[in-house]
Ligand binder design. Sequence first.
Ligand code: PRT
Length: 284
Amino acid sequence: MTLKIAIQKSGRLYDESIDLLRKCGLKVKNGKGQLKAEISGYDAEVLFLRNSDIPKYLEDGVADLAIVGENVIIEKKANVEILENLGFSACRLSIATPKEMEYEGVSSLNGKKIATSYPSTLQSYLDKNSINAELHVISGSVEIAPNIGLADGVCDLVSSGSTLFKNGLVEQEIVLTSEAVLAANPEAMREKSDLIDDIVFRVKAVLEAAENKYILFNVPNSKIEKMSNVLPGLRSPTVLPLVEDGWSSLHTVINRKDFWSVISSIKKEGGEGILVMSMDNMIV
Ligand code: PRT
């Protein structure tokens, strides 16, 4: 039973989706411009779809697994399982108003007209906050709506914030935060569990590796014990003797967030020749 994996056919998620599959050892034959493509040596094919269409195709079982923005799953209220957060295409869905508009909290939106491509998510947010606002649904260039008199405010995706800034808008409320996720059709999770479990296992190994660095450096043997205490590592560092008497090479894995503090401790304790390497996969 071939596994059908949906990814965005072009757009913000495309490159990183292909890259993630490649790091998982899943090489997509050909690719861009096609509707579907095989994966070399693996019982799966890739379907190239619009990101906004993926939740429905996944829910209907046209695709078994997908790399998709979580925001569109929420907007479409799709009955799918989110298996992993993938750490790219991070954004937030925010309400913004013109900088000259007086804004004293979410109640300022009462009676206002808000332009959005995310009516269902926005309506749930307004209902939760007991706000009665009118929604104006448009599919693109939402940010220009207040300037052309179409709406009082907008609810749109934001990442750097520069689009809002350029259009004289101020971000007021964050409705949701989102990133690319690995999601599955619930039925496929039962029927194709072996293939889906295998891909989740590979994705986890890639994500884990991206969070960590492999480092090795030389230390005098007298410092090994002290040095081991400053290194988090998986279990404890590997120690290999150097040809030069009285010196060893220490190897370990450190988390990205601890990286610079660990490196400066190593230097302070007399570590030399520090080499840092990225990893493709890390299986813990
Ligand atoms: O056609 P299809 O459905 O495949 O995709 P699309 O062309 O409608 O969307 P695309 O490729 O632009 O975005 C796909 C997904 O990327 C979104 O659903 C989000 O999950 C994610 N994403 C992350 C973003 C952004 N960041 C983002 N900044 N999607 C859109 N934007 C737009 C936003 O709409 C606004 O116009 O970028 C502008 C704001 O960016 P900043 O950096 O100026 O704040």
